[in-house]
Design a protein around this ligand. Structure first.
Ligand code: ZN
Ligand code: MN
Length: 484
């Protein structure tokens, strides 16, 4: 795939400053301030109660699990956890917000001063995390027709953490790498399913461009809720190029919010951003200060698993596989476990990695399956690799066995036996077959002896044909050399 050089590499006198805010829905059983189920995809307005629909006189009660998950998010991103934090009311009005304010954390967030280390083109860089605060999600407006809209409050009160970076990101590639790492981290620590299509991991990107030698930051443009890493990268690249184009012509950037239009591959104007809206934040008098016990934080710290970047480094060191392959295998805990369990049995890390990246992931994608839905299990893949290593089957047959195994869930040894797929090795039978082929095709044989190496392919092809593809290629080569 050829890629257009980035706008920044074509205009090195410009630089981009990017900050990212991510809203992550926490997968707690119940909502953040009431006991309604926290579930996606239910009938509208079925998971609601007087609290999350804002009846007068109700009181919010903070969900302890949501606090634990926010602490996990902070620990996994190197933040310090505040001993005391508090909840505030952020006022605005919108049909999906029945209280007319959102409960969030303003001055005193639960986590601060963390970082994630990214790696772009072999260069590592710290992206500082300014803060992680807890808040409640709003409901959803559903615009059914041009004249009819509905409000679904099932989502109202879903616990969120908002993870805010410093403006340390300076390219589309860095932004994508940061988001992919953060996405893997929240899944690893088990606080969110981070499903971008269902909106449980939503990124807002702030971006500005200026000349390198200029002191003053450029005008900021915001892009909201882009739901894939690929689109986020494309949208940032597009914006950088748009800004440079305008600035280079002596024009001015207007402060605004834009959306990514996937079809036209461009960002489009959504709304102009006036100066900061006055949300009239104040401490929520219905909720006490959130005081966090240090012992609790240490207990939670013990539950943080090996994180993606640690796993990648270990895979490279321990198994000698490529960093690029390790990155894919460490994308989810499940995939990493699959790899290690298969290696445990066959002790062939490179082969396991190759088979997983080429065949297994290809198969999952083609059949739209998740790893857990797939019939291939680690010890089945390990067994397949053992059969190849022991020369029981050749690699071409192994492809067929893999597909059969994925369709039926049968072990490779069973499939090989049932379908009689054992390759024909150094047997008298194969010896006789090769001798006969050479004897009955003297022209081709002489042609080869005269120096036409390609004629070897004819014989190999014939042997494969007559053995149903089961002959051992190395043995064929040896026998041909013997008779030619
Ligand atoms: Zn409720
Ligand atoms: Mn927010």
């Amino acid at each position: 795939m050829t890629r257009k050089a980035s706008a920044l590499s074509r205009y090195p006198e410009y630089e981009a400053t990017i900050g990212i805010e991510v809203h992550v829905q926490l997968k707690t059983e119940s909502k953040i301030f009431c006991s309604c189920p926290n579930k996606f995809g239910e009938q509208p307005n079925t998971n609601i109660c007087p609290v999350c629909t804002a009846s007068p006189g109700v009181l919010p009660v903070l969900n302890k699990k949501a606090v634990e998950y926010a602490i996990k998010a902070g620990l996994a991103t190197n933040c310090s956890i505040a001993k005391i934090s508090e909840f505030s009311r952020k006022h605005y009005t919108y049909p999906d917000l029945p209280k007319n304010y959102q409960i969030t954390q303003a001055d005193k967030p639960i986590c601060e001063n963390g970082f994630i280390e990214i790696n772009v083109g072999g260069v590592s860089k710290k992206i500082r995390i300014q803060r992680i605060h807890m808040e409640e999600d709003a409901g959803k407006n559903i615009h059914a027709t041009d004249t009819e809209s509905f409000v679904d409050l099932n989502r109202a009160g879903t616990p969120l953490v908002e993870i805010v970076t410093h403006p340390d990101i300076s390219s589309a590639d860095e932004a994508r790498d940061y988001l992919m790492q953060l996405h893997a981290i929240v899944q690893y620590v088990g606080i969110s399913d981070a499903n971008m299509e269902e909106g449980s991991f939503r990124a807002d990107v702030n971006i500005s461009v200026k000349k390198r030698d200029s002191e003053k930051l450029g005008t900021r443009v915001e892009m909201k809720n882009i739901n894939s890493f690929k689109f986020i990268g494309q949208a940032i690249e597009y914006e950088i190029e748009r800004h440079i184009g305008i600035l280079d012509d002596g024009g001015k950037i207007t402060q605004e919010t834009r959306l990514w239009n996937t079809k036209d591959q461009k960002t489009v104007f959504m709304r102009s951003k006036e100066d900061a809206v006055d949300y009239r934040y104040f401490t929520d008098p219905d909720l006490p200060l959130l005081i966090i016990d240090e012992d609790w934080v240490s207990r939670i710290a013990k539950t943080i698993p090996e994180l993606p970047h640690q796993k990648i480094a270990r895979f490279v060191k321990e198994y000698g596989i490529l960093a690029y392959d390790a990155e894919i295998l460490a994308e989810t805990i499940e995939l990493g476990n699959f790899f290690e369990n298969a290696v445990k049995r066959c002790n062939e890390p490179k082969q396991v990695s190759n088979w997983m990246l080429r065949n297994l992931l290809g198969y999952l994608k083609e059949h739209k399956l998740s790893l857990s839905e797939c019939k291939v299990k680690p010890d089945m893949l390990a067994e397949l690799i053992e059969e190849i290593v022991k020369d029981v089957i050749n690699s071409k047959t192994a492809q067929d066995v893999f597909n059969e195994m994925a369709e039926t869930g049968k072990y490779p040894s069973i499939i090989i036996q049932e379908k009689d797929l054992r390759q024909v090795g150094a047997s008298d039978e194969l010896d006789a077959l090769v001798k006969k082929l050479v004897d009955t095709n003297p022209d081709v044989a002489n042609n080869y002896r005269a120096g036409n190496e390609r004629m070897l392919g004819f014989f190999v092809g014939q042997v494969m044909k007559q053995t149903g593809g089961k002959a051992n290629p190395t043995v064929i080569q040896q026998l041909l050399k013997k008779y030619l």
